[in-house]
Design a protein around this ligand. Structure first.
Ligand SMILES: [Zn+2]
Ligand SMILES: [Zn+2]
Length: 188
């Protein structure tokens, strides 16, 4: 087990370029600050722990992983802070880049790990490494809830007092602003 925090860029030095060869490791990544959706994101002070498997195939490397991470979120109805442990998986193919006659990579320049938009992207091996950040991000973002709830039955906040509603007995006769106005008229 590798407990050191690694970058999302995994060198292929231990993977032989022969179909069927495999390399597996448990890696720990520092969570990026902006990995998530509006109301739920990966805790930026936590680490993502991934069981990564790299497998040599004919045209490249098949990367797969199960990633465990900590989510911090807000209930979409009552805004209560929530946190939980979650897990996402992915399988992604990285192709060997085409090289010119001198063996230089044609695709996969410094900022071209990916060709095409993210949905139809072809990913390439670059400098004999694979960059898992985008793939991890896509897998996690797809799994995070757009409307996290503290409880499926959460009734949200009271429009009058702003407190969390918790079922039947939430009565406002005394503090209803219209009553309060009448109350002050009577005092005058
Ligand atoms: Zn709630
Ligand atoms: Zn209320």
């Amino acid at each position: 087990m590798n407990t050191e925090e690694s970058s999302f860029i995994i060198p292929l030095t231990h993977l032989q370029r022969r179909p069927g060869n495999m390399w597996e490791a448990e890696l720990s990544f520092k969570a990026p600050v902006d990995m998530g959706v509006a109301l739920a994101h990966v805790d930026p002070d936590s680490a993502l722990v991934a069981e990564v498997r790299l497998e040599s195939v004919l045209d490249g490397v098949l990367a797969s992983a199960t990633v465990d991470y900590k989510v911090i979120a807000e209930c979409a109805r009552c805004l209560e802070s929530l946190e939980w442990e979650d897990s996402s998986e992915f399988v992604e193919l990285f192709l060997y880049p085409e090289t010119d006659s001198r063996g230089r990579e044609i695709q996969g320049g410094e900022h071209e790990w990916v060709e095409g938009d993210s949905e139809t992207a072809t990913r390439f091996i670059h400098n004999d490494s694979v960059d898992l950040e985008e793939v991890v991000r896509d897998a996690i973002v797809l799994d995070l809830p757009l409307k996290p709830l503290c409880d499926p039955a959460c009734e949200g906040l009271c429009v009058t007092c702003g407190e969390k509603r918790d079922g039947g007995d939430h009565d406002h006769v005394a503090t209803d602003p219209r009553w309060a106005a009448l109350e002050s008229l009577r005092e005058e």
